[in-house]
Design a protein around this ligand. Sequence first.
Ligand SMILES: Nc1ncnc2c1ncn2[C@@H]1O[C@H](COP(=O)(O)OP(=O)(O)OP(=O)(O)O)[C@@H](O)[C@H]1O
Ligand SMILES: [Mg+2]
Length: 255
Amino acid sequence: MTRIIAVANQKGGVGKTTTAINLAAAMVELGKRVLVVDIDPQGNASTGLGITAKARNLTTYDLLIEGEPLNEVALETTTPGLFVAPATTDLSSADLEMVSNERRSYLLHDALRGPEAAALQLDYILIDCPPSLSLLTVNALVAADAVLIPLQAEFFALEGLSQLILTIREVRETANPKLRIEGVVLTMYDKRNNLAQQVQADARETLGEVVFNTVVPRNVRVSEAPSFAVPVLSYDPQSKGAIAYRALAQEIVER
Ligand SMILES: Nc1ncnc2c1ncn2[C@@H]1O[C@H](COP(=O)(O)OP(=O)(O)OP(=O)(O)O)[C@@H](O)[C@H]1O
Ligand SMILES: [Mg+2]
């Protein structure tokens, strides 16, 4: 059985891609087979996992729009057991092209839950969403068992969250009643910053148990790793960022 987790937050730059890449790598360390599905036209997850533009012959555009099977689109990265379905800027037109399709909200669901997906024998699929609540993100929420929300500990963080929660509720009421909130993970946390501490306290008070115990610290090694095209777990295995993502993986696998 494959568990599908959408990594989503319509706010930009909160750590979605970083979380998708490094959580996936940490799950692989726990012996899991994991696929990162990049549905952001920016293609950051694909780049961060070392898939060059040239290697992106088949992409999530082909998966969603052309009906290419997942096992043709997914590529194994330099980390054995860690796969990525890459994206290119082609995907930016997908929203428009999907609108006229009757199954527009289910295209990713169908692609990830078909027999070609099962052939990959994955334990987890992590979907790296774009920073919007577009049809692409809705596709991720419809396809997923659960949604993981990275939250950057800064002033407007919680306000943006209510919009995402409304969208999750809508998807539950229509296409995917079983959609759960996997949890909220605080990212880029600076423990010396009073505001960050306050946001963490507020998040734990208002959201309660859905907030993971693990907090991902701001750590320069985390931001350097993508330019070496590997997860921080390979780039600097003992860094604070790597240690945090291992702890997060442990919490998720045990939940
Ligand atoms: N724990 C961290 N420590 C330091 N830098 C981080 C950390 N997490 C993320 N970053 C950096 O912050 C920036 C934004 O992160 P990331 O790309 O993961 O966010 P995102 O939510 O995927 O952005 P977008 O909305 O554009 O897709 C990147 O430059 C990344 O390297
Ligand atoms: Mg991103």
